[in-house]
Design a protein around this ligand. Structure first.
Ligand code: UGA
Length: 436
């Protein structure tokens, strides 16, 4: 008989995991404490923007295999329980807030049937899984706990879940591994590498991967700073070093840096945990990675001040992009939105456009100006800032925008626009890390 699954926490990770596991043929119950989210998901509607997940969710709801509820006792029937709740940065420091993970495990514990496997997918500080397993051993001795970190990217969530580049499982015995092999059989059959690890290594794999990615981005942004000082071009530099396969050309896009609900808080939580473990020095470099990243936001603001004047109060600035990256409506720790808010705080009149993230951006910064179209956004602007590289922005016609703005100045904060095209249309074009 096929395994039944539960998914606890139905945000980006959980909703995606639930719909994808249902598409593999499993019966899945998704549980979340937020009744509005559950009401939407139950109707097959996605509470956030994620390409392809909307249609998959609607289709899976129709099959009857996928259901959602706020009632934790509904997990009683399931054999495998995936914990997909958030682990945000805590309010009073760098560490991760584990409240949701702990309460999710506590909430399902009384309903676990004998032999069931709890599988953590949330990103947690190393040591958390063992602690939860010990706790579970007391409250539900007939169950087991494993860790199975998730590497999905927003914007590619379905693809990354159904065709991941690896599956990593942290287990303490063969039985747990075999259960997970049964769940992921269709994905393993595609030839996906399977890595069995112990619990701490599986937790570390996740934060190590995100730390490496953050380091790559800050490395190229540090090179951008040096290019600016030395009169070089970071886009050419990135291309040239990227041909070395040991370096690789991905994640070397210089600009305003990384944001989102993962990279920034994960490197900070990793530093905090290393300090607790007495390994503070090993991760000191991540402090610099964080500092380079935040400096990139400041550097854009400096370019704005150079192009206009230090006193921004008489200027209107059009900001293209609010999401932390394209194909997402997520504005958590978004560099774009942070820059927009800082410019407004400095006295500029700021109007923001984004194809999907306006609603979330408005909730976060209700006093910012927002526009429903690029044309409306740039109207009478003294300067345009391109801060999230949506395809729609790359395809803009600089000639047709020229008549709408007050001054033809654009700063490309993502190194994604065609500089020649903008210059040919008479624009002053600036980009981070390119002196020309
Ligand atoms: C990241 C990881 O890439 C996933 O593997 C991981 O599963 C996920 O975090 C997570 O921990 O849940 P995500 O936050 O969706 O995924 O976004 P990324 O695609 O990694 O981009 C992060 C940020 O880096 C964005 O703000 C993006 O604009 C920026 N970035 C990315 C650059 O500034 N330059 C680049 O070259 C690449």
């Amino acid at each position: 008989m096929s395994l039944k699954l539960s998914v606890i926490g139905c945000g980006y990770l959980g909703a995606t995991h639930a719909a994808c596991m249902s598409s593999l043929g499993f019966e899945v119950i998704g549980v979340d404490t937020d009744p509005d989210k559950i009401a939407m998901l139950s109707k097959g509607e996605l509470p956030f923007y994620e390409p392809g997940l909307d249609t998959l969710l609607a289709a899976e709801i129709k099959t009857g295999r996928l259901t959602f509820t706020t009632d934790f006792s509904a997990v009683a029937d399931a054999d495998v329980h995936f914990i997909c709740v958030g682990t945000p940065q805590s309010k009073d420091g760098l560490a991760a807030d584990l409240t949701y993970v702990k309460s999710a495990v506590a909430a399902i514990a009384p309903h676990l049937k004998s032999g069931s496997l709890v599988v953590g997918k949330s990103t947690v500080p190393v040591g958390t899984a063992q602690g939860l397993r010990d706790q579970l051993a007391k409250s539900s001795p007939e169950s087991d706990l494993a860790w199975n970190p998730e590497f999905l990217r927003e914007g590619f969530a379905v693809e990354d879940t159904l065709t991941p580049n690896r599956l990593v499982v942290g287990v303490t015995n063969d039985r747990a591994e075999n259960i997970l092999k049964e769940v992921y059989k269709p994905i393993i059959d595609l030839g996906t590498p399977w890595i069995r690890a112990d619990l701490p290594t599986s937790e570390l794999v996740k934060v190590a991967a995100n730390s490496f990615l953050a380091t790559k981005i800050s490395f190229i942004n540090a090179m951008a700073e040096v290019c600016e000082a030395a009169g070089g071009d970071v886009t050419v530099l990135a291309k040239a070093i990227g041909y070395d396969p040991r370096i690789g050309n991905r994640f070397l896009q210089a600009g305003i840096g990384f944001g989102g609900g993962c990279l920034p808080k994960d490197i900070r939580a990793f530093m905090a945990r290393a300090e607790e473990l007495g390994a503070k020095q090993a991760l000191e470099f991540l402090r610099e990675i964080d500092a380079i990243n935040l400096r990139a936001r400041q550097r854009v603001i400096d370019v704005v001040r150079t192009e206009l004047t230090d006193d921004l109060t008489k200027y209107t600035i059009a900001v293209l992009g609010a999401a932390f990256k394209p194909d997402s409506d997520d504005v958590r720790d978004s560099p774009a939105l942070d820059i927009a808010a800082q410019l407004q705080a400095a006295g500029a009149s700021v109007v923001v456009h984004d194809p999907k993230a306006i609603e979330n951006a408005r909730k976060r910064f209700p006093k910012l100006g927002f526009a429903g179209s690029v044309q409306e956004c740039v109207k009478n602007a003294d300067l345009i800032l391109h801060l999230t590289e949506w395809r729609e922005y790359r395809e803009l016609d600089p000639n047709s925008l020229a008549s709408l703005v007050k001054r033809k100045i654009i700063i490309d904060g993502r190194n994604a626009l065609d500089r020649d095209k903008w210059r040919e249309a008479g624009w002053q074009f600036h980009a981070l890390g390119r002196t020309d």
